[in-house]
Design a protein around this ligand. Structure first.
Ligand code: X90
Length: 280
């Protein structure tokens, strides 16, 4: 494979990755209210959206990209690595599979590999970084597919949420599960399950306890150092505290903090943290 024939494409729940030498496109999901439609691309003012939503009492929902949206992002690349949000919570993966089929039928020399992240946000970023590494190291298409398959067994996602209102209103968690998160001061800590659904682990009173709970669960899941990516929805202080707590116990770790984009901000809501990390 030549570098100029390869493209990584991910839906916008992956947030915006650090640019590299590998061509990349993001395919936006949409956040929709009765008043407005927000397209989750680089132009979206996430802060404005989060503030609009905080002052809005009507119905809000999201919609996934169509196969045509994915096809447009594939461009003319000979080799496409396509990373999607968990197929268990969104139609995004299904759209990508249809796009792959159409693309390969109409471009017989081209190959598309669709990766169901069974996760979102920072865990997708880890997968994309691994793809970039493998591509720049000159691995073959098939080798990269198999490497990514193995890598996915070694990454996890934890989250901390102050509210699960949008998740419950859109049928992504049961109302009873969401209820606890609505109580003042309660922070729900959970993980992306093996099948790519939200699994609540613990309900904590206060942020400090929740952050300690995150570290405990990182260890339980097999974190021994390595890469960590923390995305937050306007909660840089919690992200920074978590980073310090991790660094205190694990010397050999590279931690990146960034702001979540539209889709993850809509569902994680203000104060929410998502933590993607490597395990052994
Ligand atoms: O198709 C669509 O409209 C998109 C639906 C996405 C629903 C879930 C988004 C979750 C975002 C919340 C915490 C982390 C959950 C991890 C689950 C695997 C972030």
């Amino acid at each position: 494979m030549n570098l100029n024939e390869i493209k990584i494409v991910a839906d916008s729940s992956a947030d915006i990755p650090t640019p590299t030498k590998v061509a990349f496109s993001s395919v936006p999901l949409k956040i929709v209210t009765a008043e407005k439609e927000y397209i989750d691309n680089a132009d979206l003012d996430v802060e404005q959206m989060v503030n609009d939503l905080a002052n809005y009492n009507g119905k809000s929902s999201t919609s996934c990209p169509s196969p045509e949206d994915w096809l447009a992002a594939f461009g003319n690349a000979k080799y496409v690595f396509c990373v999607s949000i968990t197929s268990n919570l969104s139609g995004t993966y299904n759209s990508a599979c249809i796009a792959k089929q159409t693309y390969e039928e109409t471009h017989p020399d081209c190959k598309v590999y669709v990766i169901d992240s069974l996760s979102t946000g920072p865990e997708m970023q880890l997968i994309m970084e691994k793809l970039q590494e493998d591509i720049l190291n000159g691995l073959s298409f098939e080798e990269i597919c198999s490497e990514i398959n193995d890598y996915q067994k070694k990454t996890r996602l934890l989250f901390m949420l102050e509210s699960m209102k949008n998740l419950a209103n859109n049928g992504r968690v049961k109302p009873i599960v969401a209820k606890a998160a609505g109580l003042l001061g309660i922070r729900v800590v959970g993980k992306a399950s093996d099948v790519g659904t939200l699994e609540v682990l613990e309900k904590n009173r206060g942020e400090k306890k929740a952050l300690l709970c995150i570290i405990n669960n990182m260890k339980k899941l097999g974190f021994k150092g390595g890469k960590v990516k923390i995305s937050h929805c306007f909660n840089n202080s919690a992200a920074a505290t978590l980073k310090e707590l991790i660094k205190k116990e694990f010397k050999d770790t590279v931690i990146e903090i960034y702001n979540s984009r539209g889709l993850c901000s809509f569902y994680a809501e203000k104060g929410g943290l998502l933590i993607g990390f490597e395990v052994e």
